[in-house]
Design a binder for this molecule. Sequence first.
Ligand code: PLP
Ligand code: ZN
Length: 410
Amino acid sequence: MGKFSGYRCSLCGKTFDEAYQGYVCDADGGNLDVLLDYPSIRSAWSPERIFSSGEPSLWRYLPLLPVSEPGFRQTALHTAGWTPLYHLPSLAETAGIRNLWVKDEGRNPTASFKDRASAVLIARAKEINAPIVVTASTGNAGAALAGMAAAAGWHAIIFAPKTAPPAKIAQLLVFGAEVILVDSNYDSAFDLSVTAAEKYGWYCRNTGYNAFTAEGKKTAAFEIWEQLLSKRENAGRALNLFVSVGDGNHKGFKDLLALGWIEEMPRIFGVQSEQSAAVYQAWANGTEQIRPVTATTFADSISVDLPRDGVRAVRAATETKGAYIAIPDEAIYGGITALGKAGIFAEPAGAIAYAGMRQAAENGLIGPDDDVLVINTGSGLKDVRSAMKAAGEAAVIEPSLSALEKYLDR
Ligand SMILES: *Cc1c(COP(=O)(O)O)cnc(C)c1O
Ligand SMILES: [Zn+2]
C-alpha cells in the first residue's frame, strides 16, 4: 500500500495523523486530503514497474493508494477501474479538434465511475473494521457502494432521493442494500446520512466528505496517465480533460506531479448544467466561496444544491489553467446521440461532458491543435427515459414486405 501518512485540511492546512477519526477538519469543516509518503513510494516504485502489473483493475495502483489489498478477488470489488479509452477521429473532426479520446466509465462493474470510490472505501472499511457502511447518493454512489459491499459481504445503507431513476433504485435493491428513499433532494439525503452515521456509528462514504472517496476516484487519473499521457505522441502538449462535476476532484494528477511522474497537469474543464451550477458560479466569480443553488437539472447524478467538495472542485480548474463550463440541459441530448454514434451509451451526467467540450470548442476555449479527453462517467442503461428522449421513437410496422416497402419509401 501507498504509505498512508495522515491528512491535511484543504482549507487551513492543519494536518492530522492516520488515527484521526473525523471525516473533515475539526477546526473549520474543510475537506481533508489524504497524505502519502511520496519519497518512499518513489524509492520503491517506478512508472514502468506499475505499468507492468498484469492487474486489470484499479488495484494495479495499490502502491499509490492509502489502503491495503482488500482481498475478495474474483468479485466485483476486484474489477472496478481499468476502463477502456477510445480514440475517436471522426468525432474529433466534427468538433474541430486534433484528437479526441473518450474514457468510458460506464464499463465499471456497477456501470459508473463511482465504483472507484466505493471499492477503495470498502477496503478502508475492512481495515478499520466498520461492517456497516452508509452513503447518500443520487443513485450511482449508492449502487456502487451497495455492489462493492455485496461483493465483500458488508452491509450497506443507502439514502437516495425518491426521484432517482428507477434503474438506479432497482440496482440498490438487487444488491441487497437497505434502501431509504428520502422524499426530498440529494442535499437533504446527505444531511440525514451524516447525522445517522454519527448517531449509529456507521461508516459514511459520502462523496467528497470521506477523504477516501477522492483516493478511489483518483485512479481514473492514473489510468489516463498510463493509457495516454505516458505514451502520447507530442507528449509536450497539454491534454484538455472534460468531466462533468457534482463535487469534483483532481487528486490523482497532483499525486503524479508530486512524484515527478508527470511534468504538468492536464487542463481540467469541469462541466455543469446551468440548472445545477454552484461550482461554475463560484469559479466564474473568481471565488472559492460556494453558494447553494436550487438544482433542477434532469442529469440526476450532478443535481446538487450545495457541493460538499466545492473548494477543491474550483481549484481543479484554477490550478490547471482549465475552466468551468455551464450548458443548458437541452444540449445533453445531443451529447447522448453523438457519443451513441461512436458506440458509447452515456447517461445524461456523462454526456454533458461531451456537450460541454463542444461548447468549449465553439467558444475557442480549445482549438484545432488541441488533444482532448472526455470522461463518460456513467452508463446510459441507467436512465432509459432520457436516452429515449434523446434518440426519439422507433418505427412500428405490420410484419409484411409491403409495409416495409411503404416504410422505406416514406
Ligand atoms: C457522481 C457523478 C458525477 C459527479 O461526480 P462528482 O465526483 O460528484 O463531481 C458525474 N457523473 C456521474 C454519472 C456520476 O455518478
Ligand atoms: Zn481546516
